[in-house]
Design a protein around this ligand. Structure first.
Ligand SMILES: [Zn+2]
Length: 244
């Protein structure tokens, strides 16, 4: 089940590998995940609200300034660099072996590593927009405005990041792209996710092949249906597979 040489042979032969990743992909870059003991949800913050609530649509709608402050202080990691997982996946894409990355992460580290086809199902922190007029802002512009939530274009709307908050729906275009990639993949590598969060976890049910690879530090509920299971750092396995 865990024969990595056999998996590497399959990777060598394939030109239709898809990677589906979660927070565990970025922890080696110094970005905390949400649910583990050292994760964001278990860290103290100076408000009375839970981090999970502070990342909800309800909190954003009722406290947009505090929401933006939370984003600035807890979600933006300016010094984060791609790690071995991001670099290996970008290499496999350049070799024509990897079709795309579907990620739950909002940190843009895949793009920073050079990946081009990245479906960010939870959005990203590069792009911001006004909820009233739709004017778009880059992270750079938002920073230069000291993370102000006031829209300078219409003077009437609230600026927010293009991320999916709790209580909000995934974008249909992203769902379609993710399902197409996963549904047509020859090898699906799932990394750094406990596969507990709906609807992201349901995506792997679209995979029809017989090379389902799970890489996660802890067990997942899907281990029994996987063809290869590694309780390891995602970067360790990916860099080994990409070394061809
Ligand atoms: Zn506006």
């Amino acid at each position: 089940m865990n024969n990595i040489e056999r998996l590497k042979e399959a990777v060598k032969k394939s030109n239709n590998i898809v990677f589906f990743g979660g927070a565990g992909v970025s922890t080696a870059s110094g970005i905390p995940d949400f649910r583990s003991a050292t994760g964001l949800y278990n860290q103290k913050n100076d408000s009375n609200f839970s981090p999970e609530y502070m990342l909800s649509h309800e909190f954003f709608a009722n406290h947009p300034k505090d929401f933006m402050k939370y984003v600035k202080e807890n979600l933006i990691y300016e010094d984060a660099k791609p790690n071995a997982a991001h670099i290996g996946l970008a290499k496999l894409e350049k070799m024509g072996k990897l079709k795309g990355v579907v990620t739950q992460n909002i940190d843009s580290l895949h793009q920073m590593a050079g990946s081009e086809n990245v479906v960010e199902i939870h959005g990203n922190l590069r792009d911001f927009y006004c909820t009233n007029c739709g004017h778009e802002y880059s992270l750079e512009e938002v920073k230069n405005n000291n993370y102000s939530i006031e829209c300078s274009a219409c003077k009437n709307g609230i600026v927010r990041p293009d991320v999916v908050l709790y209580g909000e729906s995934l974008k249909e275009r992203n769902i379609i792209n993710a399902i197409k990639l996963i549904g047509e993949a020859e090898i699906l590598i799932v990394g750094g996710t406990s596969l507990k969060v709906y609807p992201a976890a349901s995506f792997i049910q679209y995979y029809k092949g017989n090379n389902l690879v799970l890489i996660n530090k802890e067990k997942t509920d899907y281990d029994h249906i996987a063809d290869y299971v590694y309780y390891d750092d995602v970067g360790n396995i990916i860099s080994y597979l990409a070394d061809i």
